[in-house]
Design a protein around this ligand. Structure first.
Ligand SMILES: Cc1ncc(C[n+]2csc(CCOP(=O)(O)OP(=O)(O)O)c2C)c(N)n1
Length: 670
């Protein structure tokens, strides 16, 4: 038996299969033809680059084509395939949409994603790809979870490269997929390299043992034995479909072209050897006449596809511009119908909406009964809605990744991140997945995902459990950031979210707020008003003419109210308070309107102030109403981490005293 190794430089174990000993048999012609088509497309893409007709880069799967072919042919309608940066072969195997792919990579409107996504970001019926290593694993697990919740017998498949075995989120996904017995197949394309780095430099231990450690069954095949590869793919898919949980398929292969366009440092002699052994080279030798006929048809189709794309318009400007709003709100005096704690209002909204809409699923750490979440927001909901409130492992990236997958499948996931500080671990899922899908897939999908999280300090939790990190998530186009407060019913906010959500939303719930009562009993001398926006802005309008505009959000509204009350009583300073719920996209109309009357602005926020909400508000007021703002101040946390020690923490965080001082300075310095 002739063993085949990944080139002389590599020391991973030899591939076990033999080269096909017989010429390709007739029942596999379809597979070879598809593989030749994929290769033809990618070789044409490389020529288009040389001709200067493409922009960016492409990662070709030349040498690996048969993997996508073998997997796609075993799938059924409704199964979902999620691929990575090296996705053309997978895409073509599933869709055969050569024209859509070429137009996409040429940036044309007739591309599968209207020219927005390009080579790595494709979306067609039941096919997705994204160019972030590892992040697609929990998203695919989420799609599989949606299948399981719907008991529809469908499965999800994710393609990963061996270099991606270094990404932690993959292991979060394997763990959850196994624990929840999700119908997901992990296909590991083992080509021995991550970009330019040899596997022996980066990979410890055994590949399949990784999946086996999570109780996941594994199998191996390679691209040099098509019959065995197809059998393995079919068997793996069949097994997942039968409901035996996830499966892991390692396919050994070799990439014959550069990682992307042209950068290849591998030994040319080794490469040449692999070209000799390449299954498509073998096919062309064994069946020259058939191969010639296939090639002729392929080249004709490619000529036409390129011509069609060239004749088409380039991707147009994005129709929906960012909502940097400056609309004057219409205000109405409001009485709040309830007087209850914020935590109860959020709980009530989740319960009511879950009863109304069975697409709503809650995910998070420790959220099931009896615990009900670290702040008790989901108390007893798991008993009320069995199977729809899922306590997860400590896996923030996977929690939001699962949410992304559920949302892509039309469900309404709500992900609880136990402390806002831990959002950092889910940032890739929010920034590079949730926030990108709708745009880069040209509006073919929406991601109605809610991520809720408690933020803020003053509870002595120290540097890593007390932060207000929302500023890092402000300004992601296509997303929504809301902050609850006690002067507008949080249940109403959640009702609106569930009724209208068409994009990822981050909801900031200040920790101190949970036990605060929602109430409309504002300090004497003020009228409580709300704007008639989807997520209303709150105004505490003073009865006397205001001297200064004070902007804040979230839990700090309580401190600001105390401060403005004191300023009025003790210093005769009249403040108008503006408190938006919707931090992004931000309508500064209410603020502009108020500043037009006061000329002074103080913005209060709990997080660090550099490049934060306050700076943005002040910049926008200057831009949108030039000359109206005479003096401004920001009240925010000083630039160092949060201490656990109580007096230090109290002294550090923006509170009533800081607000009073800043407002006095702004008023008296003017
Ligand atoms: C999170 C992340 N890190 C780095 C990259 C840059 N990158 C793109 S492809 C690649 C190598 C991936 O190797 P592997 O997973 O083995 O897949 P292959 O390219 O061999 O198909 C790297 C480092 C990326 N796209 N995403």
């Amino acid at each position: 038996m002739e063993h085949f190794v990944h080139g002389a430089l590599m020391s991973i174990e030899p591939l076990t299969s033999e080269l096909p000993s017989a010429p390709p048999i007739s029942e596999m012609l379809t597979q070879y033809r598809t593989a030749l088509l994929i290769r033809g497309v990618e070789q044409r893409l490389l020529s288009l680059f040389s001709e200067g007709k493409l922009f960016g880069t492409v990662h070709t799967c030349i040498g690996q084509e048969l993997i996508g072919v073998a997997v796609a042919e075993a799938l059924q309608d409704g199964d979902v395939l999620f691929s990575n940066h090296r996705c053309h072969g997978h895409f073509l195997s599933l869709t055969d949409d050569v024209e859509g792919l070429i137009a996409e990579i040429m940036g044309r409107q007739s591309g599968v994603c209207g020219g927005r996504g390009g080579s790595q970001h494709l979306c067609a019926a039941n096919f997705f790809s994204n160019g972030i290593q590892g992040g697609i694993a929990p998203v695919t697990a989420g799609i599989a979870l949606a299948h399981r919740l719907r008991s529809n017998g469908k499965i999800a498949v994710v393609f990963l490269g061996d270099g991606t075995l270094g990404e932690g989120v993959l292991y979060e996904s394997l763990n959850i997929a196994s624990k929840w017995q999700l119908p997901v197949l992990f296909v590991l394309e083992n080509n021995g390299y991550a970009q330019s780095t040899r596997q022996e430099q980066t990979l410890a231990g055994d590949i399949c043992a990784r999946a086996e450690a999570f109780g996941i069954g594994t199998d191996q095949a390679d691209t040099w034995n098509l019959r065995r590869l197809r059998a393995a793919a079919h068997a793996a898919i069949e097994r997942v479909r039968l409901g035996d949980g996830p499966f892991f398929l390692r396919i050994d292969t070799y990439r014959l072209a550069a990682h992307s366009k042209g950068d290849d440092d591998r030994d040319p002699l080794v490469l040449q050897e692999y070209w000799e052994r390449d299954p498509l080279t073998q096919f062309e030798r064994a069946e020259p006449e058939l191969a010639r006929q296939f090639q002729e048809a392929i080249q004709t189709r490619l000529d036409r596809a390129v011509a069609l794309a060239e004749a088409d318009d380039l991707a147009g400007p994005t129709p929906e511009q960012p909502d940097y709003l400056n609309e004057r709100p219409r205000w109405s005096k409001t009485r709040l119908p309830v007087r209850d704690r914020v935590v109860n209002r959020i709980h009530a909204a989740l319960a009511a909406n879950m009863a109304r809409d069975d697409r709503i699923v809650l995910l998070g750490e420790d959220i099931e009964a009896p615990y009900g979440g670290a702040f008790k927001v989901t108390k007893n909901l798991s008993q009320q809605f069995p199977g729809r409130v899922l306590s997860t492992p400590i896996s923030e990236a996977a929690i939001v990744g699962l949410g992304n997958g559920l949302a892509l499948q039309g469900l309404r996931p709500v992900c609880e991140i136990m402390f806002g500080d831990f959002l950092t671990l889910a940032a890739d899922q929010i920034i590079n997945h949730a926030a990108k899908f709708a745009y880069m897939y040209n509006g073919k999908v929406s991601v109605p995902l809610i991520v809720r999280t408690p933020m803020g300090g003053k509870r002595g939790y120290g540097p890593t459990h007390s932060q207000s990190l929302e500023k890092h998530f402000l300004g992601l186009p296509g997303t929504l950031v809301l902050a609850l407060h006690h002067r507008f019913d949080p249940a109403s906010i959640y009702d609106t979210l569930f009724e209208t959500l068409d994009r990822p939303a981050l909801v900031v719930e200040n920790k101190l707020l949970y036990t605060t009562h929602v109430s409309d009993e504002v300090p004497a001398g003020f009228v409580l008003e709300h704007s008639q926006e989807r997520y209303p802005c709150t105004r505490l309008r003073p009865l006397a003419a205001p001297d200064v505009t004070v902007v804040c959000y979230g839990g700090l509204l309580q401190d600001v109210e105390k401060a403005v009350d004191r300023l009025f009583e003790e210093h005769d300073i009249v403040c108008e308070v503006i408190c938006p719920v919707q931090l992004y996209p931000l309508n500064v109309g209410a603020i502009v309107e108020s500043v037009a009357a006061t000329g002074r602005l103080v913005v209060v926020e709990e997080g660090h102030g550099f490049a934060a909400f306050g700076s943005e508000v002040i910049a926008r007021v200057h831009e949108l109403a030039p000359g109206t703002l005479k003096r401004s101040r920001r009240v925010c946390a000083p630039e160092h981490p949060i201490p656990a020690c109580k007096p230090l923490e109290i002294d550090l965080f923006p509170g009533e005293a800081h607000v009073v001082q800043a407002i006095r300075e702004v008023v008296h310095d003017a």
